[in-house]
Design a protein around this ligand. Structure first.
Ligand code: 6FA
Ligand code: ABL
Length: 771
């Protein structure tokens, strides 16, 4: 399998680098290092070199430091800016000491120990309760046979980080698993040379001597870069998920100057992504293009697409969740935008906006290019289960308002046998416009606000503006589309949200100093009113089912005929993701409210718990979700490291939600006996349905359908954005993503999110006072 193909490619992409090193004074050693702090893991990297030779060859050494929070289980630097054929300097904590290792890698596999460099640990190398730090002299380190450090010019350094410990921490030659994250930064070695006297002092273990003010860590937004003249934009959109892509595309249609910023990298082949399994080598398809690779998002050894700082699934790459998800795509029913669902009446006429979405991105329920539906068995078995219960079959997106006792083939946003989605449509058209600028690997740390006015955004990209600050034009606007976890964090950075969260943000060394003074804080329910569908899996076996090896081999060892078929004609099993059928049924609750149950049927299962033997090649899953009508709510916020977190879980806080889903599951299970050969294996026959539901781990109920954190509404007392999607109390700050949806849509939400974005962006463009 190709691991980290991107690592080698990105190394050349210096101009697109997210971060550029600047000088900072290490507070412990006093050494002025050239380096960065990566904004996600907060690891600092720094390097300082002896003076260049005035004649003859240059010295072959340097002094460097890595300072990592204790969560960093191993951290490394690749001196040539890529993993292969480069000197790799790796370190990790072991008890009270730091163990280091010099390595080299010929393949994207375990790097092997590399002899030659002479490493001397320097003073202030340490491990304490919160951090570890490695300060070291590296001799014979600027040339490693297959590469060298451009000591008189500029280069790229790659960093690698792992949250998993090495196998044997005491052993410098220990094996370790692949990094859990990595990144790059540009560095001017020409500006990283000390005087001979200073260098000799530090190399001998001395400290101090460098000029400047000590800082605890290099700023994530370097301050000593040559000033870049900032280009103001009419609209800055933060985040390239479904919400941000629709918004940025429609804004760019107006001819205004639009900047779209995304913290992650490319995804599909068309956007420059190159990560693919070996069986696709030479083909213009990445993992993110091929729908049938969906289930490997959870099993691949190298899951770089998730947002590393969020502890639930969230996609951090071009396309956001839409690039890594199951691709299920529903045209919203009228109820999704009704007053009963919490929308202001000005939103109820959603049809023109839904139509715009359908025109740009039509759905299909037969995504294989030959029109055939492959692996149909689980549909056929589930049909036999549902028919006796009064369900009828329909083409779901032909009749979006029909959501009671109905089922149909799963519907997707795939085109041409490829994922497509908003990245292959909205982003594509935006990208072609000269007034549209897209920057990836750009992390927005803060939204800069003065009173009611947003001035711009603070990023980690110094090539975009002085110190990474990018301003908006005098009437310009900032639109947050960072998703249900990313957008609340950005609002906190702007001093908007509940006081407990703002106090945490204020304490952060990067975000705190950029926040408006406390007198300007705006208290809105950011992060409250959060909902997600509670979901419970039922796993069955039936002799007709082909469980497709539970999708386990799709990356490394696919069925050869299926792989060949996809390559030759983008048809077959790989032209679709795993779901095969979806169904809905309405239920009345004891509180008089109607709630809808949704089901998703697919071959295979995420997990099986059974005390009886079963045939693993015949398993399939029905995931039952409680959708529109749920009343349970939770809360999203941040922890002290500003990582987005679920503070209060949103599932089954109202017992009536639980009672209704339990009823729905009981109704499904009641018909199992009608289908010969059908066996429920999870829960098995030693467990009652009610004890299964009662004991279902709350985290396992997560459907990844988070909404409501910045709900749209008419009053600042219970909403964060007004009916124009503008943040209450501001002139020019908007939110357009899943977080503004006030209550659970009927199906998997991305159709509702994009239709919401179509309507929101139309209202934003029409709103007076803009650019
Ligand atoms: N929804 C569906 O409708 N159908 C599905 O089949 C489906 N499946 C899944 C699924 O299988 C998984 C594993 C997950 C996690 C979600 C699924 N969903 C499905 C839900 C759907 O993907 C989400 O509801 C949808 O993507 C939410 O869209 P938003 O636009 O609200 O937000 P995203 O999280 O997608 O995008 C936010 C973007 O902002 C990301 O690209 C992120 O990197 C970027 N960002 C965040 N903070 C940033 C910052 N500070 N600076 C720069 N960029 C930032
Ligand atoms: C969704 O909307 C959900 O958010 C996903 O959880 C779901 O995929 C997709 N659609 C497809 O229905 C499931 C996978 O099929 C499982 O294998 C995986 O364990 C689960 O997501 C993780 O949440």
């Amino acid at each position: 399998m190709r691991l980290r193909v991107g690592l080698s490619i990105l190394a050349c992409a210096g101009s697109a680098l997210a971060q550029v090193a600047s000088t900072f004074i290490d507070p412990d050693t006093g050494i002025p290092f050239m380096g960065i702090t990566d904004p996600v893991h907060r690891v600092s990297y720094g390097i300082v070199l002896p003076p260049l030779a005035t004649s003859g060859s240059n010295p072959t050494e340097f002094i460097a430091s890595i300072t990592s929070p204790i969560a960093g289980q191993w951290v490394g630097l690749a001196l040539g800016g890529a993993m292969l054929q480069n000197l790799l300097l790796v370190a990790w904590p072991n008890g009270n000491s730091v163990v280091h290792s010099t390595r080299i890698a010929a393949t994207y596999d375990q790097p092997t120990p590399y002899a030659g460099p002479v490493i001397t640990d320097l003073q202030h190398t340490m491990v304490n309760a919160t951090h570890w730090k490695w300060v070291f002299r590296c001799q014979n380190c600027t040339n490693w046979g297959t590469g060298s450090l451009p000591v008189s010019g500029g280069g790229v350094l790659a960093w690698a980080y792992s949250s998993a410990p090495v196998t044997t921490p005491s052993n410098p030659n220990s094996d370790f698993l692949e990094h859990t994250d990595f990144g790059f930064f540009g560095i001017s070695y020409a500006d990283a040379h000390a005087s001979q006297a200073d260098y000799d002092n530090w190399a001998a273990g001395g400290t101090g001597g460098g000029s400047g003010t000590p800082t605890s860590q290099p700023p994530t937004t370097p301050t000593s870069q040559p000033t870049v003249s900032a280009t103001p934009y009419d609209y800055i959109v933060v985040g390239a998920g479904p919400g941000g892509l629709v918004t940025a595309d429609r804004l760019s249609e107006t001819g205004k100057k639009v900047l779209l910023l995304e913290r992650g990298g490319p995804s599909t082949w068309e956007t420059g992504g190159r990560y693919q399994p070996d069986w696709l080598a030479g083909q213009p398809y990445t993992k993110f293009d091929v729908p049938g690779l969906f289930e490997s998002m959870f099993s691949d050894g190298n899951q770089f697409w998730w947002c590393r700082d969020i502890n639930v699934f969230a996609g951090c790459l071009l396309g956001g969740g839409s690039t890594i998800n199951g691709g299920l795509y529903w045209y919203p029913p009228d109820s999704d935008f009704s007053v009963a669902s919490g929308w202001p009446s000005s939103w109820a006429n959603h049809a023109p906006y839904t139509q715009k979405m359908k025109t740009r991105l039509p759905s299909t329920d037969h995504s294989s290019m030959d029109g055939i539906r492959y692996l149909p068995q689980s549909f056929n078995v589930a049909k036999r289960l549902l028919d006796p219960q009064g369900y009828r079959q329909l083409t779901i997106n032909d009749e979006p308002n029909q959501k009671d006792h109905v089922y149909g083939y799963s519907s997707f946003f795939f085109q041409g046998g490829k994922r497509t989605g908003p990245t292959g449509t909205y982003f594509k058209t935006a990208k072609a416009r000269p007034n549209f600028t897209y920057r990836d690997y750009t992390f927005v740390n803060s939204i800069i606000r003065n009173g009611t006015k947003i001035l711009g955004v603070q990023t980690n990209d110094t090539s975009l503006g002085p110190d990474g600050f990018i301003p908006v034009t005098p009437n310009g606007r900032v639109i947050l589309s960072g998703g249900s976890f990313g957008s609340p964090r950005l609002l906190f950075s702007a001093g908007i949200g509940p006081t407990d969260m703002l106090t945490i943000a204020q304490g952060d060394s990067v975000v705190g100093p950029k926040m408006p003074p406390q007198a300007q804080w705006i208290n809105l329910p950011v992060g409250e009113n959060v909902q997600d569908n509670p979901s419970i899996n039922l796993v069955f076996t039936h002799p007709d089912i082909d469980a497709y090896e539970n999708w386990a081999d799709i990356m490394s060892d696919p069925r050869p005929a299926d792989a060949a078929q996809y390559i030759s004609s983008q048809s077959g099993v790989f032209a679709s993701s795993s779901p095969r059928m979806n169904f809905w049924r309405a239920y009345g609750g004891s509180d008089g409210k109607t709630r809808w149950m949704q089901g998703t049927v697919r071959p295979g299962a995420a997990s099986v718990t059974s005390s009886n033997p079963y045939n693993a090649s015949q398993i399939f899953t029905i995931t039952t979700y409680l959708s529109t009508g749920i009343t349970s709510k939770g809360r999203i916020g941040i922890d002290v490291a500003l990582r987005p977190r679920v503070l209060v879980e949103p599932w089954f806080t109202d017992p009536i939600d639980k009672a209704v889903l339990l009823q729905g599951i009981n109704d499904i299970v009641a018909s199992v006996g009608n289908v010969s050969g059908l066996t429920l294996i999870t829960p098995d026959n030693t467990t009652t349905i009610s004890s299964y539901v009662n004991n279902y781990g709350t985290g396992n109920m997560n459907s990844n359908h988070w909404i409501g954190a910045n709900r749209l509404g008419s009053s600042a007392s219970n909403s964060v954005v007004d009916p124009n999607a503008k943040v209450f109390g501001t002139d020019n700050l908007f939110v357009v993503d899943a977080s503004i949806i006030p209550s659970m849509p009927m199906g998997n939400p991305q159709g509702a999110i994009m239709a919401t974005a179509e309507q929101a962006v139309a209202k934003i463009i029409a709103l007076a006072g803009g650019p």
